[in-house]
Design a protein. Sequence first.
Length: 405
Amino acid sequence: MEGLASRLRRVEPAGDAAGVRASDGDPRAPLWRGAQWFRALSVVYAVGRQIDEADRYQRIGWSWVMIGAVVAVSLIAGIGYVRGFGRNRWFVIGEFVGAAVLALGTVWVASPEFTAHNQALPTTLWLTNPVVSAAILGGPVAGMAGGIAIAVVNAIYRGTFPETIVRDANYPVFMAVGLGLGVAARVAIRSQEQLREAERVAAEARARERLAREVHDGVLQALAFLARRCAALGGPGTELGALGELAAQQERALRHLIAETPSAGPTGPEDEGTVDLRDLLRPLASSTVTLAEPGGAVLLPAGPAAEVAAAVRNALDNTALHAGPGARSYLLLEDLDDAVLVTVRDDGAGIAPGRLDAARAEGRLGVSESIVGRMRALGGRAELTTGVGDGVEWELSVPRSTHES
């Protein structure tokens, strides 16, 4: 019994799946209810056999006391499992102990000749109940352990332990029942976990839709108004015009972001599926950003493609912030068969020598992490060419072989 307790402790589900009540949505509740119908039938069979066999016992009165105990144990266990308060390892261990005591107690009421050639007073069918309970609670390992425990009890009762463990056809049945019901219980728990995950993803999608509506009614409207007013009051080449263009860019980027389909998990280089990188770069084009792309699709896995687009977006943000008023950016997307190359160039003020090292020392890691770090993580490269008054040019390359499935 100590070994069985260890098995139940190891495989018993934790968290929401452990110790739940029927009203808590236990996915194994149908199995618990079905097991009690089996229990009821086994009790009917045990009582019927007692009526037929009682006169063959040496202590007939005690045999009726024991069959009453069988009915009482069955009633308590059935109520405990249906109501839910018995769905824990200690209750199941108690059921095993009760079954073992009643089975071994047959020696007290029957003769050695009877016990050598007949099943125990509770009957072999009734002794299967604790095996079923262990399997539903703890899974296939606990079910198999419970079957072995009951087989050992039966062999001890008949005085032939351990020989009959491998000879009696009933014992493999104990173990098969424990294994089969244990697998069914595990499948039920996993199915509910998958259902909960699907419900979580659906809830996140609904929350995203609500957020998108609120952003559209608030932030996007404000950005659009700011872009229009700056264009009307300022003009190309002025600081006010540059502010308006920046507002327009952020409006387009935000619209694109909230229009994306939410995924079930974080996006990363390992994400499955391919996308056309052109579709991710097109929203970045504007009156100050010119995009040149090939005529055919430039396919990359979804995760690496998103990382490349994010690096390009960061380079364009740096241009808008640091290149000076009136600076324009040019994007060139090239499909080189074995690699994808994106060139991001601007005609702005450029970067002074040592400026990036100083920014890194100040803790500003936009270039090193958002651009260089992203490309390095993809197995690619990011090369910077710049000088004071010469603008900035980035070459972002991603090898295809690294991300082919």
